[in-house]
Design a protein around this ligand. Structure first.
Ligand code: ADE
Length: 252
């Protein structure tokens, strides 16, 4: 049995750099749901025990639909993580959320279609499990992320609703406009079901989203491309890593 008290970091596209950790070692984990996306990387940041997991695999070979979100959350739980900080690239659905800005998410809309959204394929007799999801991102971790953004002077948004789409394709203009009308602020392909599974597993979870593009709703801009996303987050990735280090340093 692994000891508890570790901090899990799920690295999204381009935000899964193993060099973040000191004394790093790879750990292979299996779960009843299959294997996580990659070997877990255990090590320390600022003297705190952390476990890093590359959401899409270390070589980014796993499309969003085929990420084994259940195995990822279960593996982090089994290795002893009692908090998860996730990172993700996202598209902006609001003029005021600019490229390179960070958004500390507080709500999600799950627009995925082909994913496992619960650990329970079957309930125990008279043991139904329906998890509360009104406020799915942990308030304490969110407060710390926002506080650290303030301290480091990073342009950020204290709240934000993310809509997670199935992908791997981007949205049509009609969809993008509809998501804006629904009240979504940013768009990505991975926060659901990861966040809801962490809630079901009882692990406090927060996510920092880096805005890389304006999706396709803006009529004065060319629609998003994968190359644009890569270029913008490569240019801003150190904001996210410095934020994680700052938050982890200050965690109890
Ligand atoms: N990730 C980054 N930008 C995105 C977009 N526009 N749509 C979906 N996922 C994204």
């Amino acid at each position: 049995m692994s000891k508890t008290g570790k901090i899990g970091i799920i690295g999204g596209s381009g935000l899964d750099d193993p060099d973040l950790l000191r004394d790093a070692r790879d750990v292979e984990m299996g779960t009843p749901y299959g294997k996580p996306s990659a070997l877990l990387k255990e090590g320390t940041i600022e003297g705190r025990e952390v476990v890093l997991l590359a959401r899409h695999g270390r070589e980014h070979t796993i499309p969003p639909t085929f990420v084994n979100y259940r195995a990822n959350i279960k593996a982090l739980k089994d290795i002893g993580c009692d908090r998860i900080l996730a990172t993700t690239a996202c598209g902006s659905l609001r003029e005021e959320i600019g490229r390179g800005d960070l958004v500390i998410l507080d709500q999600f809309i799950d627009f995925t279609r082909r994913r496992q959204v619960s650990f329970f394929d079957e309930f125990e007799p008279h043991g139904a499990v329906h998890t509360a999801m009104a406020d799915p991102f942990d308030a304490n971790l969110r407060g710390r992320l926002n506080g650290a953004c303030d301290k480091l002077g990073l342009t950020h948004h204290n709240t934000g609703t993310v809509i997670t789409i199935e992908g791997s394709r981007f949205s049509t203009r009609a969809e993008s406009n509809m998501f804006r009308m629904w009240g979504a602020d940013v768009i990505n392909m991975s926060v659901a079901p990861e966040c809801l599974l962490a809630n079901e597993a009882g692990i406090p979870y927060a996510a920092v989203a880096m805005s890389t593009d304006y999706d396709c709703w803006k009529t004065d801009e060319a629609p998003v491309t994968w190359d644009e996303i890569l270029e913008v987050f490569r240019g801003n990735v150190e904001k996210v890593t410095s934020l994680l280090v700052e938050v982890i340093r200050e965690l109890d």
